[in-house]
Design a protein around this ligand. Sequence first.
Ligand code: ZN
Length: 284
Amino acid sequence: MPELPEVETIKESLKQKILFKKIKAVEIFCPKLIQFPDHIEFVKNIKKKKIKGLERRGKYLIIKLTCNSNLVVHLGMTGQLIYSDCPLELDKHSHLLFHFEDASQLQYRDVRKFGCLWLVKDGWLRFVAGLSQLGPEPLSEQFTLEYFQKLLDKKSIIKYLLLSQKNLAGLGNIYVDEILFRAGISPERFAVDLTLQEGEKLYHSIRLVLEEAVLARGSSVVNYIDGEGKKGSFQKRLRVYRRAGELCFSCGTPIKRIVLAGRGTYYCPKCQPLSPSSRRGNKI
Ligand SMILES: [Zn+2]
């Protein structure tokens, strides 16, 4: 569930709290979340490491440690990283507890336990599942209109294309639905059928929606909170996501929900028509 704006917000909030702190110890209550190395090595290797920096790539949080080590965290569906200056209250969903030398703590909490953690040296980052196959960052200079128009030549349903992390890093169900609404494109259309103008509109919508969501510190739809336990505010500005039956803010038509690739998909049938438009390139 946490997508680019949420992981970016967690990164920024944690940066202010844990940068340059030294890890004294870690307690693991759910070893299966540790992907590499095994949990015993993980505990041993992370001790005495200092936090050098925090980075984000797609939906992955990369905590840079001394000795060329990296703690990589993927929050899955419901993962949370919660920092506290004093001992944290734990519950049955608290699966890891990092203790810093100054007695502050960082808890990894995850209700559904789909999250993953890795502790790897710099040269081994490419072995973290999915990390090396990520497409460009949508808010970076590498994500150009030219790249995006080429991507749209695929015979893929536009929603699937945007969800694939290999095409574009960091988008998930919430933001793909919001982006398609802003661009006025039905989630069921084929990428290759979009006109060049629609492709350009979609490209700008991706950047616009993500920039707004980062500024709003993410969307707290289910249980998302940042590193300090604060909620985001973009959920108040969602125009289609989880609004089935409610009226479209632009045209008053009830928002529809369909299932695409097993995911609930929300759109306005009037603002996002399934029109049989001309094929790409025929219309400029
Ligand atoms: Zn509408």
